[in-house]
Design a protein around this ligand. Structure first.
Ligand code: FES
Length: 232
């Protein structure tokens, strides 16, 4: 089938403003939007810029707005979006070029929640044990691939650049509820400020946007509750 791609282009070195450019590509219904973008870059227009790496929904690098919704291009089939595909960069961050956004702020917020295991006890001979029930407590938030689809769908994050954003809170949740971790107090102190979990207005855009079906809003609510019960 012939698919019309309308892609938002912007090269700050030469363009005064963003504009849409159209391309027609022959694709199968079971091809992905990423296949169409690759086809355009490889055969029609080598100047088109976008990120992708694993091409299988693991690395999180190809989140973009596809027909108005945040999605991973590598996980979106042509049959889901039809023969007219509008592709734009995800919102709320500076565009470096075409579909590539500047992720510095996103990863700065991510690092601020200490997204790694903190445990000052001497390491055991083999591993830090955990029951299946303890592991299940944070299973949902281990699925996050840091694609930024949730944070860039969040009106609170659009309005306030200091808001740490849903993805960073999901990452904090993954460790706060890990029975082997000892850093919850520090993380909850970070998330108890005005730019932390309380900046979330429970809009649910993040949950709808997550390509891994993580219950993002519920995770944020659990972090808010932990901040009240265990925080500073
Ligand atoms: S390219 Fe890795 S998630 Fe799509």
């Amino acid at each position: 089938m012939r698919v019309r791609f309308e892609i938002k282009r912007y090269n700050p070195e030469v363009d005064k403003a963003p504009y849409f450019q159209s391309y027609d590509v022959e694709l199968e219904e079971i091809d992905r939007v990423l296949d169409g973008l690759n086809e355009i870059r490889w055969r029609l227009d080598g100047t088109l810029a976008f990120r992708r790496s694993c091409e299988h929904g693991i690395c999180g690098s190809d989140a973009m707005r596809i027909n108005g919704r945040n999605r991973l291009a590598c996980k979106t089939l042509i049959r889901e979006v039809g023969d007219h595909v509008r592709v734009e960069p995800i919102l709320g961050f500076p565009v470096l070029r075409d579909l590539i956004i500047d992720q510095d702020r996103f990863f700065r917020h991510y690092r601020s929640v200490l997204p790694y295991l903190i445990n000052d006890d001497p390491p055991p001979a083999r591993e830090r044990l955990q029951s299946p029930k303890e592991r299940a407590r944070f299973d949902d938030t281990t699925k996050c691939i840091l694609c930024a689809a949730c944070t860039t769908a969040c009106p609170s994050a659009w309005a306030d650049e200091s808001f740490v954003g849903p993805a960073a809170i999901v990452q904090a949740h993954r460790f706060i509820f890990d029975s082997r971790d000892q850093g919850a107090k520090e993380r909850l102190a970070r998330l108890s400020g005005r730019d932390g979990a309380w900046a979330c207005r429970t809009i649910y855009n993040c949950t709808q946007a997550c390509p891994r079906d993580i219950q993002v809003t519920r995770a944020i609510a659990e972090v808010k509750r932990a901040a009240i019960l265990r925080g500073p």
